[in-house]
Design a protein. Structure first.
Length: 231
């Protein structure tokens, strides 16, 4: 029964990672992959118990898979969870997911998750993860408006770090990427939630942020802010 429950999650994950292409697709076969899975846990599950089980899944399962680089789990102020895993390439990510779906050792962990709330997306990233010691992550995904000059947009994207985010106290790393449908992602790592909070409103008011966001399709913007578990 538990293994069967895991198989029920597979269509949910695949459906969430697909969709109508919004921008120019990217070849992710040679990129470092950031896999982002968001979800809620079932009402009957104790949050502290889930955090303990999540740590064991990371330590005993995910970190043992070929191509594994880094895994982080976090929760936001409303109790929404995110698991971020970095892989050396897309093939490693695929192999790990297939094994997870059939491995009985993680079945009880899967049953703690509210399956209909689960969404998984993978992005080919511009650089490797280096933000060791981070305690907090901001993840923003979006599509750019049709007709946008993507090269010019990415130059503005990088200026966000050099002109604003990279100058803020507690900033550790800013990663950008694109998935196979052309959806963009920005992941910003901080040493604490407090420093992230302090930078949020000034960012929204900064001229470079307004220039950055003017080319986004506003209806596609999704923002998550998560404090890491087990730190």
């Amino acid at each position: 029964m538990r293994t069967s429950f895991i198989y029920l999650l597979l269509p949910v994950w695949l459906l969430a990672s697909c969709g109508e292409p919004s921008n120019t697709p990217v070849d992710m076969s040679s990129s470092v992959i950031m896999e982002v899975t968001t979800f809620q846990i079932n009402e009957a599950v104790d949050a502290a118990e889930f955090a303990q089980r999540d740590f064991k899944v990371e330590n005993d399962f995910t970190s043992k898979q070929p191509g594994f680089i880094k895994r982080q789990s976090g929760v936001d102020d409303q109790g929404n969870y995110a698991v971020v895993v970095f892989w050396e390439n897309a093939s490693n990510a695929d192999a790990s997911m297939q094994k997870f779906m059939s491995d009985a050792s993680v079945a009880d962990y899967a049953q703690m998750i509210n399956a209909p709330t689960m969404k998984m997306t993978r992005y080919g990233m511009d650089q490797a993860f280096t933000a060791t010691g981070s305690q907090f992550i901001e993840i923003m995904s979006f599509a750019v408006k049709p007709g946008t000059d993507l090269d010019a947009f990415q130059r503005v994207n990088q200026r966000v770090e050099t002109e604003f985010t990279g100058k803020k106290t507690g900033f550790l790393q800013r990663l950008t990427g694109t998935n196979e449908s052309g959806t963009q992602v920005v992941a910003v790592y901080w040493d604490s939630k407090e420093h992230s909070d302090a930078a949020l409103q000034p960012f929204m008011e900064a001229p470079i942020a307004q220039e950055f966001m003017q080319d986004m399709e506003q209806s596609t913007i999704s923002m998550g802010r998560y404090a890491f578990l087990n730190k």
